[in-house]
Design a protein around this ligand. Sequence first.
Ligand SMILES: [Zn+2]
Length: 149
Amino acid sequence: MAPKHHPTPLSGGDRKALSKELGRARAMTTILIEQSAEARAKGEALIRQADKLLCESWNERMWADGGPIDPSPTVDQAINAAYAWLEIECSRCKTRRDVDLAALRHPPTTFVHDLASRLRCSKCTNAGRRPSVNLLQLASRSRQAVTET
Ligand SMILES: [Zn+2]
């Protein structure tokens, strides 16, 4: 891109003023981009905090009453909050496992409670049954890393 042309003012005073304004505008470019980055980082930290509170609220409800599972955070909200694991329990054989939310095939906008009908116990599936799973807790780490089956 060719440099922008500013018509040269006739008076020396005006030339000086123009030069000063150009310097100011160029300095502002950098200052404003830094402020933008700072505001964005603060905003992202606030969103992460909001996602974390949402996950903690859901965990408290699950722990206290075991449900209702709806409403729940979305998969990407849970991952953003560093609650990237979902502990589930088979409703039939009671086998527990941890689901890696980041490895799911479902879109990241899927609600965690919608996973209840989509996840299956591999033991029971191998035995030809398809019992539902109970959702237990969102967790920041896996007790034993097992991926979705
Ligand atoms: Zn089972």
